[in-house]
Design a protein around this ligand. Structure first.
Ligand code: PXL
Length: 277
């Protein structure tokens, strides 16, 4: 084995059908060669973006006993990666985990996972956004899209913008306590998008092709591949680039299949991801 094998805890929902959250994060992190542990935030029959009448079981009340058991067993993690959470109360438990359950030198990746295209996902509201803001000082790397960055910072959401607007978002997030920010979906030209990595006051941009607007599940594919590549020892910028290239291939491999509107066929591109690592 020519890399360090690490244990990662990911906290997000189980959407039984829909290719997002844990059903995406686990195979991607495993493909990156890492041990996975999970704390499911909720169980849904499907994700909430496009299916109607989904079921939702909030697992908040299971969390204290799980955390307590882990503490008794002295369990800790090399990385804690959070995504879609189940309730405002749960955010407090997740903050506690971020603050106390990492090993020395661990990395905490927070994907806000609550908004897209300027809108909050169905179950969330402003109070949830305020709760999520409290996670920023407990994160090492925040991976928002522009919508989430706007809700967190209170800045207006814009479809088209310039670099000054993006700089404003980044500095607002840092003021709220974020350290490194990996801002996804940043495009200054038609048919292009990209990712901005803001680290130690330095901003780097990786532009790439924008294939289709608003593909479901790509945020989770991106954040999972980013986290896996980071744990494999890549810099935040290189991990951001690998995750972007992988996500683009996933979208390409899904295009043209109208029945597959709810997610991307990320499994088909795992061999490419492994090569990039
Ligand atoms: O992909 C983000 C996500 C995760 N989990 C659930 C969702 C969504 C996006 O809509 O509904 C349940």
């Amino acid at each position: 084995m020519n890399y360090e094998y690490k244990k990662i805890l990911t906290i997000q929902d189980i959407s039984c059908v829909g290719q997002c959250s844990l059903t995406v994060a686990l195979p991607i992190l495993s493909a990156c060669g890492m041990e996975t542990a999970i704390l499911p935030s909720a169980v849904l029959s499907t994700h909430t973006a496009g299916f109607s009448g989904f079921t939702f079981r909030d697992l908040t009340d299971d969390m204290p006993a799980i955390i307590e058991h882990w503490r008794r067993e002295k369990i800790s993690f090399d990385c804690i990666y959070t995504g879609y959470l189940g309730s405002i109360k749960q955010v407090g438990y997740v903050k506690d985990i971020l603050d106390t359950m990492g090993k020395e030198g661990s990395v905490r990746v927070v994907d806000p996972a609550f908004a897209d295209n300027g809108k909050l996902y169905p179950i969330f509201n402003d109070e949830y956004v305020a709760a999520m803001r409290t996670l920023l000082p407990s994160s090492d790397i925040l991976v928002p899209n522009i919508s989430e960055a706007c809700f967190l910072s209170g800045m207006e959401y814009k479809e088209s913008y310039d670099e000054a607007y993006i700089d404003g978002l980044l500095s607002a997030l840092v003021k709220l306590g974020a350290s490194t920010v990996v801002l996804t979906g940043v495009g200054y030209e038609p048919n292009m998008t990209g990712v901005v990595v803001y680290e130690n006051g330095k901003k780097s941009y990786y532009p790439h092709r924008r294939i289709a607007k608003g593909c479901h599940g790509t945020g989770d594919v991106y954040a999972s591949a980013f986290t896996g590549a980071l744990l494999r020892g890549h810099s935040a910028y290189d991990a951001a680039k690998i995750a972007a290239d992988y996500t683009v291939i996933c979208i390409e491999n899904t295009q043209g299949d109208a029945d597959h509107w709810y997610g991307v066929k990320f499994e088909t591109a795992l061999p490419e991801l492994i090569k990039m690592l």
